[in-house]
Design a protein around this ligand. Sequence first.
Ligand code: SF4
Length: 175
Amino acid sequence: MYLQRIRVKYMEPCFADTKKIRLKAEFPRDVSELLPYMNAVIPNAVYTQQGPFLSFTKEFRLITVYPGELTVIKAINSTDAYQILEWLRELMNDIYDQRSSITPSYDMRRRPSILALFQLLPQDKYNCGQCGERTCLAFSLFLWSGEQKLENCHPLVEPQYLEEKKALQDLLGHK
Ligand code: SF4
């Protein structure tokens, strides 16, 4: 079996939503070779060859797979976190078993940069703190990682920011 187990290194509350869980876990082997196959199979995967690492969402949870470890952000609770790890382990084992019939993909689907998100935030409300973060840059970072929601930047609902809000929604893939 490609992955016998995935070992949790730590679990702690998410920064932005302390009712949810973030965790880091480690693989018993280097999984770099599997990332292009996962990239080909997982529909919303974002693959970065330099690294390498692969990120994707499972509903609202953000999962990032590195060669030797992975992170999960926004698991509902510890039970959900362990279920996600087991789901991922089975998925990776299936992909490994079927790799001869999968064409690996090295396509790097684009993901917005943190700076691109930051530049669209209301500049005249710079670091106002209404989102619960101390700075707009921190908000951009958590927005990028999936730990913040766009609607938490309250100034963005003001009509003068309609275009920026729409651009942010487009970048983040919101409908
Ligand atoms: S509410 Fe918006 S403008 Fe204010 S600090 Fe947060 S991200 Fe910046």
